[in-house]
Design a protein around this ligand. Structure first.
Ligand code: PLP
Length: 441
């Protein structure tokens, strides 16, 4: 079975439920609740899932004949397709299981010297922070932390947070392209350029788990700007089956970084040395072509605009909705107006605290996080689920605290309107807490 994608017309504009409603039918939706927590991983379109299953069935039938005679070609085909998709040289791309493995390969495989410095961000993903902490305990590297503003006045705020920490001892600068806690998109290209001007020898490592196939860009834009190493997961916004990550390493650095799994057979400068993983589900690599086809049928910009629209809808910010609608020439469209009128501007409530930058729109995509004073993140996500059957996730981080909301292509505008209305009720505090929910403080 193929994908359901209506012909692209003006109908594919982000507010058209007749277009996006058909796109949503590509996915199985959960019964009994609205899933607005699609940041962990993306579910796959049914056709992608079927393709994956059929590929698995073929491998299962041919058994080790496939592994011994066709596996290498399947991996190389997938590498060619994925590298081409992102605009990379095929000799610079390895497949891993996920972002965690990609970046651990780099952090654990670097020849660290005692006192080498690394700069990380204060909202980096926990697994990478722990990997650097382990490297500090093991090799005596020094971790410096850039403080990232939640609402930067300009890119310079963020760039300087990183660049001012650079010294002659800085070996690595690790930057998260899109912060998982609140969806904040960090201006990596500008950071790389300024960082390299100050210290040309440092390596810039990018965690692109959430930006791949989410922001309307190729990640080769980051490497072209000077990023040396990039890791990401294909099971997030590319909607590939779970368990495929990528690792881009600039060709001249491959020789210098050890693989995580011992490999002395491969030449030191061969990117494939990072793929010594043992027996693994090759059908997940074979499915990459299908996942890319779905993404390309939608179009990166249309997909991004739809996700952004869903975010703006649940937040209800009228200035944002007006700016967005006008920028696409759809503001006066009756369907746009109707949905805009159905939501409350949550920023009008003093107790509503958005934890994500909203303007300019290029600072994010689908993901945003918000708190309501008096509720812990866990209480808020719990009450949204128990009272309103809306699933989100509570983020309890020293800097970002709130419920993280991540709509997907499988969501309707009505899902985000329902969340907006639930949050409106909670902001007005009309719901008495029941016994199963901890008392509001
Ligand atoms: C910024 C960021 N980095 C890394 C990861 C880890 O991804 P994975 O579990 O696929 O390794 C995530 C997961 O959400 C993430 O958001």
């Amino acid at each position: 079975m193929g994908f359901f994608i209506p012909k692209k017309t003006v109908e594919s504009l982000p507010h058209s439920e007749s277009y996006w409603g058909v796109v949503a039918k590509n996915f199985n939706r959960p019964q009994g609740f609205i899933n607005l927590e699609n940041g962990y991983f993306s579910h796959q379109p049914i056709a992608t899932l079927d393709y994956h299953g059929e590929a698995e069935s073929r491998i299962n039938t041919q058994s080790s004949f496939f592994m011994r005679s066709e596996q290498s070609k399947a991996i190389e085909d997938a590498r060619n397709i994925f590298a081409g998709f992102q605009g990379w040289d095929v000799e610079e791309v390895a497949f891993t299981r996920n972002t965690t493995e990609s970046l651990n390969t780099i952090i654990m495989g670097t020849h660290w010297q005692l006192g080498d410095e690394v700069i990380i961000g204060d909202q980096d993903y926990g697994s990478m922070v722990e990997a650097f902490q382990q490297a500090a305990a093991r090799w005596g590297i020094v971790i410096k932390v850039a403080q990232i503003s939640l609402y930067p006045a300009s890119d310079q705020d963020i760039i300087q947070a990183y660049v001012q920490q650079i010294t002659a001892r800085t070996k690595m600068l690790h930057v998260t392209h899109m912060i998982n806690l609140n969806g904040h998109l960090i201006p990596v290209q500008a950071i790389v350029r300024e960082a390299k001007q100050k210290q040309p020898n440092l390596w810039v490592v990018v965690d692109a788990a959430h930006s791949l196939a989410h922001m309307p860009m190729n990640l080769s834009e980051l490497s072209n700007a000077g990023a040396d190493i990039i890791g990401g997961s294909l099971h997030k916004w590319l909607c590939n089956p779970i368990g495929v990550g990528f690792l881009y390493v600039k060709r001249s650095l491959i020789r210098e970084i050890w693989p995580l799994m011992g490999d002395i057979g491969m030449e030191k400068d061969n990117i494939r040395k990072y793929e010594h993983q043992g027996t693994r589900p090759i059908n997940s690599l074979q499915t990459i072509s299908k996942a890319i086809a779905f993404h390309q049928l939608l179009g990166a910009t249309s997909k991004y605009n739809r996700l952004l629209y869903l975010k703006l809808l649940w937040i209800g910010n009228k200035v944002a909705l007006e700016t967005f609608g006008k920028s696409l020439g759809i503001f006066s469209d009756p369907e746009y107006q109707q949905n805009m009128n159905a939501v409350h501007d949550l920023s009008n409530f003093d107790n509503f605290k958005l934890q994500s930058p909203l303007f300019p729109f290029s600072r994010g995509g689908a993901i945003a996080t918000a708190a309501i004073d008096g509720y812990t993140p866990t209480e808020l996500s719990s009450i949204l689920m128990t009272k309103f059957t809306i699933f989100t996730v509570g983020i309890n981080h020293p800097i970002v605290r709130g419920v993280r909301v991540t709509p997907h292509l499988s969501n309707a505008a009505a899902d985000c309107i329902a969340l907006n209305q639930a949050l409106t009720i909670l902001c007005k505090d009309l719901i008495p807490h029941n016994e199963s929910i901890p008392t509001k403080k």
